[in-house]
Design a protein around this ligand. Sequence first.
Ligand SMILES: *[C@@H]1O[C@H](CO)[C@@H](O)[C@H](O)[C@H]1NC(C)=O
Ligand SMILES: *[C@@H]1O[C@H](CO)[C@@H](O)[C@H](O)[C@H]1NC(C)=O
Ligand SMILES: *[C@@H]1O[C@H](CO)[C@@H](O)[C@H](O)[C@H]1NC(C)=O
Ligand SMILES: *[C@@H]1O[C@H](CO)[C@@H](O)[C@H](O)[C@H]1NC(C)=O
Ligand SMILES: *[C@@H]1O[C@H](CO)[C@@H](O)[C@H](O)[C@H]1NC(C)=O
Length: 348
Amino acid sequence: MDRSSSSFKWVSIFILFLAHFATKIIADDGPLPNGDFETPPSNGFPNEAIVGGPSEIPNWKSNGTVELVESGQKQGAMFLIVPQGRHAVRLGNDAEISQELKVEKGSIYSITFSAARTCAQLESLNISVPPASQTIDLQTLYNVQGWDPYAWAFEAEEDNVRLVFRNPGMEDDPTCGPIIDDIAIKKLFTADKPKDNAVVNGDFEEGPWMFKNTSLGVLLPTNLDEEASSLPGWIIESNRAVRYIDSNHFSVPESKRAIELLSGKEGIISQMVDTTPNKQYQLTFSLGHAGDKCKQPLAVMAFAGDQAQTIHYTPDSNSSFRNSNLNFTSKAERTRIAFYSVYYNTKN
Ligand SMILES: *[C@@H]1O[C@H](CO)[C@@H](O)[C@H](O)[C@H]1NC(C)=O
Ligand SMILES: *[C@@H]1O[C@H](CO)[C@@H](O)[C@H](O)[C@H]1NC(C)=O
Ligand SMILES: *[C@@H]1O[C@H](CO)[C@@H](O)[C@H](O)[C@H]1NC(C)=O
Ligand SMILES: *[C@@H]1O[C@H](CO)[C@@H](O)[C@H](O)[C@H]1NC(C)=O
Ligand SMILES: *[C@@H]1O[C@H](CO)[C@@H](O)[C@H](O)[C@H]1NC(C)=O
């Protein structure tokens, strides 16, 4: 009796140890190893390299013209933009960097990364975890800093996957090409549906990794794949990004996260919700100004099934948001709800 219980104890300690070990080797939520490119290469950063030749980038594999760039570094008359810290990486024509990740097969992961353009022309990035991939257009900037954070999600089809960033461009000037920095990963969960709410992740609390000290939110580019979405439950329709924002840097009506509809009618978020045909429903939501000094007027178009309504946000000195609703009768077992911004707002 004694003997078996003590060996049982040992077995459970051993299992605990194994479980601990197993979770340790799977990519943790947060920055990837050398995801900020601040780890010095063995022969030093390019400007301080004693030996010539290209620097190897620790933790990454590269192919083609991949350069470590430093803040303050000039290209022609222009200073190169380094999103955070001192270093970032620039991808030349058809160049790529990649890193192997240990993940959990079948889970959904979101990759957050910062990207900037170097030249005026259209630049884009192909981000992939084969066979999944997306090409993200970096042409539109949504702030004055010169770079934006982005998120992209994939479903892990294996336990070992390779994350690849490639510049698909073929510019005449080979020094043109996107700069990337601050790469992080987060495993996504879909929250259970509350009993009295048909909307999944309606408070937007589940979403991509956000760096605590980055004040620019995270752009969510077009994503029509409901299964692999950086914003579980939601799809990003049409061809422009929306911005995932946090309560540390924006005013958020409830909890810590919200969505800023920053692309007018080109930035639609939607969800197919389960409904009972011929039943009456009320879609309720909070609408606010996010506290980022956009010029008035602000309004959203809300859709639920065949109902649509424009709701204006009127500034109220007591609150940064207001609650709104839209009543509808469902016609089917799935009903589309959607939102877009009616106006194209600007800032001074
Ligand atoms: C590097 O890229 C070139 C061109 O895309 C390709 O042909 C080659 O196989 C790649 N090399 C490695 C090691 O991946
Ligand atoms: C991105 O690159 C991957 C792998 O190189 C390729 O298979 C895919 O077609 C590209 N995706 C897009 C959208 O261009
Ligand atoms: C942001 O946080 C990271 C990691 O905590 C740190 O390395 C970096 O210096 C910070 N950046 C700024 C601008 O505070
Ligand atoms: C703001 O709050 C004050 C005090 O609670 C109230 O009297 C006033 O009507 C509120 N203003 C608006 C626009 O709701
Ligand atoms: C929807 O119905 C509720 C309850 O009947 C009502 O209070 C609300 O004003 C209605 N909303 C609109 C926009 O008509």
